[in-house]
Design a binder for this molecule. Structure first.
Ligand SMILES: Cc1cc2nc3c(=O)[nH]c(=O)nc-3n(C[C@H](O)[C@H](O)[C@H](O)COP(=O)(O)OP(=O)(O)OC[C@H]3O[C@@H](n4cnc5c(N)ncnc54)[C@H](O)[C@@H]3O)c2cc1C
Length: 416
């Protein structure tokens, strides 16, 4: 607590207590760590957790230029599912979904994980064919996926408009019952609390600006608070990754786009599942508190401003009312934007770099919240062993040279 000096105005907030340590501590950075993780979003924090839990590594710093979990982790619409088309994607997202199913217990913190199922609507014959193909691919990968007809869509979500008399009538949907939502802030706080208890240093308000190198090794990071030595450096900085790797001459093919979301005023529980539609382009779920949570696609331009353009919201609202006429009189409460890191094949980049102890995790685009525990686990393995975990092998940076892309563009309706 900072005392007010007589005659001088108090700094706003100075009368408040220091950050409560029962959540996590705000330590003074040490000169060296075994592992420095750049980025204190969900992925950085989850990586620290699994380094501690599975590999016994605790001399770790997570360096965050803002506040913990204040980037995309705080801005996403929290959809969790694993019904992706390609084997490599299905495997990593299903691994993650299984970890979600035990995460509350693992972290000993309520994260409000609610498995309420996701419907990906089909509105055209082409949608129907694509949906059947994805359901069969999912089943082969052991994922709970089924094709449901229009009547079953109505049973699962009674307020959806199944009339055949609309612009895009619903012809059926894919359904993944184990999909769901969780409370994103709680997930971030839960990981932060857990790793802080284990001795991991969470260093906020500190920006990594470059690297210290010796030959083909990175030996530390440069920050706006001085240099910090590192045995290994793991990048979990989402769209800012390429600005960091550029300083080492490593080109990472990600583009950062605005992605917006919005919530309505609080309503009674009217929407029991998650509904996504690519054709009209919107997805909707209802948060525990009662807001309808909606999102759509990215703004077409690139940039790091956390805001998008109005026409996206307007289209999204029109699409929502088309699917759910009952929402026509609901009020929009709040809109916001994030910056998502999009790769040419809409799949993440996780793994090694030309520097033997520098590791990459980025490019999760519009869909990385659901991957949080899964990628934390496999990224930690990759860092601890120095070689890519089986599940991340297909997602290496080298695929943009070899051409082995994992093209998930549009493969699972709206890509969240
Ligand atoms: C509107 C919106 C809706 C979304 N909806 C969904 C969804 O429903 N389901 C889903 O699965 N995903 C969704 N996503 C995507 C998801 O939010 C991201 O993929 C995921 O949060 C990425 O996690 P992260 O930890 O990599 O990134 P972030 O949470 O963004 O963390 C990266 C951190 O790195 C920090 N950083 C950057 N540069 C530096 C530096 N130089 N030094 C130190 N720190 C640095 C940043 O401040 C940031 O905190 C959505 C995203 C948005 C914006």
């Amino acid at each position: 607590m900072v005392a007010k000096t007589a005659g001088q105005p108090a700094t706003p907030g100075s009368e408040l207590p220091e950050h409560p340590d029962f959540l996590w501590e705000n330590p003074i950075p040490k000169r060296n760590y075994d592992v420095v993780i750049v980025g204190g979003g969900g992925h950085g924090l989850a990586t620290a957790h699994y380094l501690v839990k599975n590999h016994g590594i605790t001399n770790i710093a997570v360096i965050e230029r803002g506040w913990l979990a204040g980037g995309n982790m705080a801005r996403n619409t929290t959809l969790i599912r694993s019904n992706y088309l390609w084997d490599a994607s299905a495997a990593i997202y299903e691994h993650s979904l299984k970890l979600w199913e035990g995460l509350e217990e693992d972290l000993d913190y309520p994260i409000l994980f609610s498995q309420r199922g996701v419907l990906n609507l089909a509105h055209t014959q082409q949608d129907v064919r694509d949906s059947h193909r994805r359901v069969e691919a999912n089943k082969l990968n052991g994922i709970d996926a089924e094709w449901v007809d229009t009547e079953r869509v109505r049973e699962l979500c009674p307020i959806v408009n199944i009339s055949s008399d609309i612009r895009y009538p619903i012809l059926g949907a894919t359904y993944q019952p184990r999909a769901g939502i969780a409370k994103h802030d709680y997930v971030g706080w839960a990981f932060a609390r857990r790793v802080s208890q284990a001795g991991v240093h969470l260093i906020q308000d500190t920006e990594v600006t470059g690297f210290l190198t010796e030959g083909d090794r990175v030996v530390g990071v440069r920050t706006n608070r001085g240099d910090i030595g590192a045995g290994s450096v793991a990048l979990a900085a989402a769209g800012h990754t390429s600005t960091l790797t550029d300083t080492l001459g490593i080109r990472v093919p990600i583009q950062s786009h605005p992605l917006q979301a919005l919530v309505s005023e609080l309503l009674e529980p009217v929407h029991p599942t998650i509904v996504m539609s690519n054709a009209v382009h919107v997805y909707v779920s209802q948060a525990h508190k009662g807001e309808l949570v909606m999102g759509a696609g990215v703004d077409a331009y690139t940039g790091y401003g956390q805001r998008g353009s109005f026409h996206i919201i307007e289209r999204q609202m029109a699409a929502a009312v088309e699917l759910f006429p009952v929402f026509a009189r609901a009020h929009l409460l709040r809109t916001w934007g994030g910056v998502v890191d999009v790769t040419p094949d809409a799949s993440p980049i996780v793994g090694l770099t030309p520097y033997e102890n520098l590791f990459l995790n980025c490019g999760w685009g519009t869909g990385g919240f659901k991957a949080t525990p899964g990628v934390g686990d496999v990224f930690a393995h990759t860092i601890a062993t120095g070689s890519p975990h089986e599940l991340v092998k297909p997602f290496g940076l080298d695929r943009f040279v070899t051409g082995h892309l994992v093209d998930e563009h549009g493969a699972a309706a709206v890509a969240h």
